[in-house]
Design a protein around this ligand. Structure first.
Ligand code: PBG
Length: 326
């Protein structure tokens, strides 16, 4: 036997020692669960490209939140699916205080005042063009979009949203929304900015869930080029200076370097969105028996946390919490 001053395997020799030296832990406290809302009663329809994830009508959504809450999940992010007939160029339904989405926010907070409810600020679920911004002459009109985002933000804040999530990537929207909130007395409503949101192929299943795919073109004039990391710093500096409370990177797994970059350079909490396509890949492979779905889930979440995410938005939240209970 040779004498080696260091044998790193000594710290891996038993489960007890491996547990002692484990650097990163994922807990249910780190997770934020995205939920899909649809119109009607007693509706629960699985999204075909997201096994285990459903669109719920409000009545069943309240039951789902209750169940998740009992598993220890305290934070949720709500997205609406609207029929084509409710959509228009201006996403008018998005600030309708009697509409499905705003009403659901009010009802959820009335039933579960203690949970953290995040909402989505972008035009796409309500836009007949399927874009996050207002389309004028075939282009996305940045500053005109801000007015619309401001109206939906105010309606969501009034309904009781705890955190607004601008997912649209328009320039100046964090400051614009912060100003509207403060001016109207909602200085306690937080903003989790989708700071570095990339034009990604991994959003496909989400667009199936909401029927929200763009009707023409793509989102490359507002979402970031996957090739760029320095640009993430420009976005993060702007969001931090405009008053964001959290900075988010999206997607998560193909962008672990971006999570680390923002974590190392900013002091605000960093969130990462483990998006629909990342969920679907693991589910599909597991259904085929090609990998162990539970282990792949745990390893993915761990890697996102290790890269520097304080918060993970993930469709795995409920499954992760359920596994801890058994
Ligand atoms: C759009 C929005 C998207 C997601 C959240 N908000 C899709 C897109 O930009 O087209 C994707 C989430 C996911 O894939 O899980 N405002």
């Amino acid at each position: 036997m040779i004498n080696l001053p260091q044998r790193p395997r000594r710290n891996r020799k038993t489960q007890a020692i491996r547990d002692l030296v484990q650097e990163t832990h994922v807990t249910v406290n780190d997770l934020l669960f995205p939920l899909f809302l649809t119109l009607g009663d007693n509706k629960k329809v699985e999204v075909s490209s997201m096994p285990g994830i459903c669109r719920f009508s409000l009545d069943l959504l309240l039951e789902e939140i209750n169940e998740c809450n009992n598993l220890g999940i305290k934070a949720f992010d709500l997205f609406p699916q609207y029929e084509e007939s409710k959509k228009d160029k201006f996403a008018s339904e998005s600030w309708n205080e009697e509409g499905m989405y705003i009403n659901a926010i009010r009802e959820i907070k009335r039933n579960f005042p203690e949970i953290c409810l995040m909402t989505d600020v972008a035009m796409d679920p309500y836009s007949s063009d399927g874009h996050d911004g207002l389309v004028q002459n075939g282009k996305i009109a940045n500053d005109e979009t801000l007015e619309i985002l401001g109206k939906m933000s105010l309606a969501q804040a009034k309904a009781g949203a705890d955190i607004l999530g601008p997912s649209d990537m328009m320039d100046g929207r964090v400051g614009f929304i912060r100003n509207i909130l403060d001016t109207n007395g909602y200085s306690e409503t937080s903003i989790m900015s989708y700071t570095a949101k990339y034009a990604s192929a991994f959003y496909g299943p989400f667009r199936d869930a909401l029927d929200s795919a763009p009707k023409f073109g793509d989102k490359k004039t507002y979402q970031m080029n996957p090739a760029n990391s320095r640009e993430a710093i420009i976005e993060a500096e702007l969001d931090a200076s405009e008053g964001a409370d959290f900075l988010m990177v999206k997607p998560a797994l193909a962008y672990l370097d971006i999570i680390k970059l923002l974590k190392d350079n900013f002091t605000l909490p960093i969130a990462a969105y483990n998006v629909s396509g990342e969920y679907a890949m693991i589910k599909a492979a597991a259904q085929n028996g090609w990998l162990d779905g539970t282990k792949a889930m745990n390893e993915s979440l761990l890697s996102i946390k290790r890269a520097g995410a304080d918060i993970i938005l993930t469709y795995f939240a409920k499954e992760f919490a359920q596994n801890l209970k058994v």
